[in-house]
Ligand binder design. Sequence first.
Ligand SMILES: NC(=O)c1ccc[n+]([C@@H]2O[C@H](COP(=O)([O-])OP(=O)(O)OC[C@H]3O[C@@H](n4cnc5c(N)ncnc54)[C@H](OP(=O)(O)O)[C@@H]3O)[C@@H](O)[C@H]2O)c1
Length: 305
Amino acid sequence: MSLFAMFKSAGPTGFGYGSTAEQVTEGLSLAGQTILVTGCNSGIGQEACRVLALRGALVLATARTKEKAAASCATFPGKAIGYACELSKPSSVRKCVAAVKEDGHRLDAIICNAGIMMLPKLEKSHGYELQFFTNHIGHFMLVTGLLDQLKDEGRVVMLSSEGHRQAPIGGIVFENLSGDKGYRPLTAYGQSKMANLLFAKELQRRFAGTRKTAYAVHPGVVATNLARNLGPVLSWVLAATGPFFLKSVGEGAATEIFAAVNAKALPLAGSYLSDSNVKKPRADAEDAALATRLWAESEEIVKAL
Ligand SMILES: NC(=O)c1ccc[n+]([C@@H]2O[C@H](COP(=O)([O-])OP(=O)(O)OC[C@H]3O[C@@H](n4cnc5c(N)ncnc54)[C@H](OP(=O)(O)O)[C@@H]3O)[C@@H](O)[C@H]2O)c1
């Protein structure tokens, strides 16, 4: 348990800052459930896969390459199948969608966990800033491609972040998705995480009249490979102080797992969750027109890829 967890109380769901992925699934059997998780080979996603497999789910675990995914699957304490899904490469995402369909999987949940943060210099894929493309467009393609595979009560969980509060004024600057008109690492990360949040909100609106649900999640601050771009000093400080001041990976994986499988999440559908409870996001994350526009623009981007 992280040090901070000792001073934080549980929220209305009965879970809180210090709850772990194992605790939010305690007593649950996920036998018969199939759950896809992106970013299975590191950090929070790796822990999420481990706990889902431990509880009996069949985990479809994706990584940039099939080899990476298979190596992780071999470490999970249950059933897991590895798929390649390089989110910055549309051909890879399309192949992943096709492979999951060909293998005949029906999904209880999709957890869009993979992500990159604060690339020091502007990098692009297909002309779009790489954090926006990887964190949002890659997952947009994956989820919309797999919607037909989602079971009637299927859930979609988007890893957002408190970093969404660093998004530019207006939330998403559609006129600068390339980053050419200005690039700041944290603002670009914030925009991508704002996009993850808006996508979950729009998906929940599109699920109206069905029993499918969508959630956006802040996992908490956890010392993982995500910090690799923060520079050696800050990365070292995070790694050294993490065990005392930050969440453990077990605590970090809790909220996404809570959203994906715990019945207590169902009444919270469409919400932004942190510490397995509802948290109010930045105001523009709740702007329905912005979310609808992002969906439409994302469709246009994907059509042209
Ligand atoms: N850690 C935190 O404090 C924190 C806070 C807020 C939000 N989050 C969010 O939580 C999620 C998980 O982060 P983490 O801390 O567990 O980070 P992590 O340890 O760096 O794991 C990120 C995962 O995403 C994968 N990934 C990155 N780029 C990819 C791409 N182009 N295609 C496919 N997979 C890709 C990585 O694969 P490789 O190993 O091959 O790069 C890795 O498996 C992220 O969405 C992050 O934004 C984390």
